[in-house]
Design a protein around this ligand. Structure first.
Ligand code: SAM
Ligand code: SF4
Length: 349
């Protein structure tokens, strides 16, 4: 168990480096556990117990944690969920975070969304300082979309994609690749992406479904995704992956590329630079962490309000403790692997 005390002193302002030397520069902030869809691999259709409104971090609290993190070397923030577009104060959050600086540079603020309702908010989001958007789409077939997400909203997702593409900013599309679900649409999805100037990325399905029915033997692997792609295109690796989760390949030599995020069959934990904060202020050092550290006591102290400086020190202590407790890898293949209690919608992807 990680505690706030089991530390050797760290110089103030030093970077967030874990015990394996990984430097943490990327903070994923989940804004809500609610969603306009019910993707089967992410959350159940019914019976969800939602976070209460009062337990959600406010824009002030999110900004405060982000400001402390930026002072410790975090340079990019991805807003996610659940569906972040369901937060009415999303533009306010983006504006506050984009105004923060890390090492003299503005923080990069990006959004992962299902795209539903995006067209109406896009201009405001860009004006607020949003840098980039990733949109998730697993199928181009209406019936299949309904089956997979339990909502008949494919047209809304496609509208979101077209609006984002039309704004001329870099756009990535994400699909969870699944056997006997959408493995016959790998090429079609890439063609949609290239037709709107976006980059397609396929994600291996991870054991983060609320139903706990994920099965290692039946998941579609990186190798199978690449095989499907190489039947249509000549693939050449794009060098310079860095800490990116996606490995990329040029399609027929470029200019379009495709990415594969093989978290299960080819984990990239060794270069992980990410920390996660849930919508109710719990810090997680990994998607698969079974332990969370609570930021709320540092943000909502009982009794007389602490000074800003001591409050920030308390936030820093939680950030450092989370990084210190980070494990070498997710160990999905270990016989002792335990799926986190929260589903992906409540962790933030
Ligand atoms: N609602 C937004 C969306 O769908 O993009 C943001 C949140 S969603 C949890 C973020 C990403 O996680 C999506 O690309 C989604 O496909 C992915 N995801 C959710 N559950 C997953 C799972 N079990 N395995 C792999 N990826 C998953
Ligand atoms: Fe909602 Fe995204 Fe989860 Fe689908 S993957 S249910 S869109 S949070």
């Amino acid at each position: 168990m990680t505690t706030l005390q089991d530390s050797t002193p760290t110089p103030r302002g030093a970077a967030l480096v874990d015990s394996f030397g990984r430097v943490h520069t990327d903070l994923r902030i989940s804004l809500t556990d609610r969603c306009s869809l019910r993707c089967t691999y992410c959350m159940p259709e019914q019976g969800n117990t939602w976070l209460t409104r009062s337990s959600l971090m406010t824009p002030d609290e999110i900004e405060r944690v982000a400001a402390v993190a930026a002072g410790l070397g975090v340079t990019s923030i991805r807003l996610t969920g659940g569906e972040p577009l369901l937060r009415r104060d999303l533009v306010d959050v983006v504006q506050r975070l984009s105004a923060l600086r890390s090492g003299g540079q503005p923080l990069e603020v990006t959004l992962t969304t299902n795209g539903i309702g995006l067209p109406a908010r896009l201009d405001e989001l860009w004006a607020a300082g949003l840098s980039r958007v990733n949109i998730s789409i697993d199928t181009l077939r209406r019936e299949r979309f309904l089956e997979l997400t339990k909502r008949d909203r494919l047209a809304d997702v496609l509208e979101g994609i077209h609006a984002a593409a039309a704004s001329g900013r870099p756009l990535k599309l994400n699909a969870v690749a699944m056997r006997c679900v959408n493995d016959d649409e790998i090429v079609d999805l890439v063609e949609l992406a290239t037709s709107v100037g976006a980059q397609m990325r396929f994600i291996e399905q991870m054991p983060l479904d609320a139903g706990h029915v994920w099965d290692r033997d039946s998941m579609l692997t990186r190798e199978e995704i690449l095989e499907a792609l190489s039947r249509r295109w000549d693939l050449t690796p794009v060098p310079g992956r860095g800490a990116e989760p996606a490995e990329r390949w040029w399609l027929d030599g470029g200019p379009h590329a495709v990415g594969v995020i093989a978290s299960v069959s080819a984990p990239f934990c060794g270069s992980c630079n990410r920390l996660r904060m849930t919508a109710d202020g719990q810090l997680r050092s990994c998607l698969f962490a079974t332990e969370e550290l609570d930021l709320m006591p540092a943000l909502r102290a009982d009794g007389p309000a602490p000074s800003e400086a001591s409050g920030d020190l308390a936030i820093e202590a939680v950030l450092r403790a989370a990084v210190r407790g980070k494990k070498a890898g997710h160990a999905i293949d270990s016989p002792t692997f335990l799926q986190p209690i929260r589903g992906m919608n409540a962790i933030g992807g």
